[in-house]
Write a new protein. Structure first.
Length: 285
């Protein structure tokens, strides 16, 4: 007599995926299916098909990032881009030298507020990397308060990191943890370069964790009443700090010829909050 046909139901597929995701070995999944009456060949085929389908669906939901030579949107990127998490980002302005792109609508208002509230209790007077030692110190050129999130430390942080990676076509693991800064009236960040100066002795140690910085994204989390623009003095260009918007600039060499000298102009009234994402050449550890 022919063996009855065994149908692989959606419930069974869900169970197979759950077993695999909890670390169960394939042979143990098949053994469990055989113990509940499944023929060995049907169990093996169901396992293979289910996991292949699951991996393909997961891959489709999160587009693989093909890393270009430098971070940033493609030169021919559409003015409005819908990212895979549904965020609709607009390109508001572009410069060629320095390589700058201004984005509108990269963060929703609720996301900005939540980031500020997550950061607020952890703020302290900002430090900058001391190029001669590789350590950090309080710096008069930067009068904001700040803190760092570690990569992926909160679901919102993970969502934003994924969004930034897709927009700038640069893998999440090449990014430093998000830095949050608060500027009160009078606070500023005097013009500087974000790359590590190759001439300074401390730079070698800093580069061990992922190589040079190759790009910066400053995201505006709150709009000051007056002042606080991000300035590019060599280009005579400035970007108004507007909640939800962001400015990206890329530097393919750690040299002033990148024209990426930039600063945060003093806040005149109200508070300015930003998140900064620095991108490295390689995996940042
Ligand atoms: O807050 C800014 O506008 C700003 C300006 C310059 C931030 C940074 N640099 C930075 O975080 O590197
Ligand atoms: Zn900077």
């Amino acid at each position: 007599m022919a063996a009855p046909v065994q149908t692989v139901t959606e419930d069974l597929r869900r169970w197979i995926v759950a077993q695999a995701e909890s670390g169960c070995r394939p042979e143990d999944v098949i053994a469990a299916m055989r113990a509940s009456g499944w023929a060995a060949d049907v169990a093996a085929a169901a396992l293979e098909q289910t996991l292949e389908r699951h991996l393909a669906q997961r891959g489709a939901a999160r587009p693989a990032i093909v890393k270009p030579a430098a971070p940033g949107p493609a030169a021919d990127a559409a003015t409005t881009q819908r990212l895979s998490d549904g965020c609709e980002v607009r390109i508001l302005a572009r410069l060629q030298l320095p390589r700058v792109v201004v984005f509108g609508g990269l963060l929703a208002e609720a996301e900005c507020r939540q980031l500020v509230e997550l950061a607020r209790p952890r703020l302290s007077r900002s430090e900058t990397v001391d190029n001669s030692t590789g350590g950090s110190e309080v710096n008069a050129a930067r009068t904001s308060d700040g803190m760092f999130f570690t990569r992926g430390e909160h679901p919102l942080i993970a969502t934003l990191e994924q969004r930034i990676a897709e927009l700038l076509r640069w893998p999440v693991d090449h990014g430093e943890g998000l830095q949050i800064l608060r500027y009160r009236p009078g606070a500023e960040y005097r013009p500087h370069y974000d790359y590590f100066d190759p001439k300074h002795p401390g730079t070698m140690r800093v580069l061990e964790r992922g190589g040079q910085r190759v790009g910066t994204l400053v995201l505006y989390l709150d709009t000051p009443e007056s002042g606080g623009a991000t300035t590019f003095p060599d280009a005579g260009f400035e970007v108004a700090a507007q909640r939800g918007n962001a400015v990206f600039f890329g530097y393919d060499r750690p040299d002033p010829s990148s024209r990426t000298l930039h600063g945060g102009a003093p806040v005149v009234a109200g508070e300015k909050w930003v998140a900064t994402k620095w991108l490295r050449e390689r995996v940042f550890t």
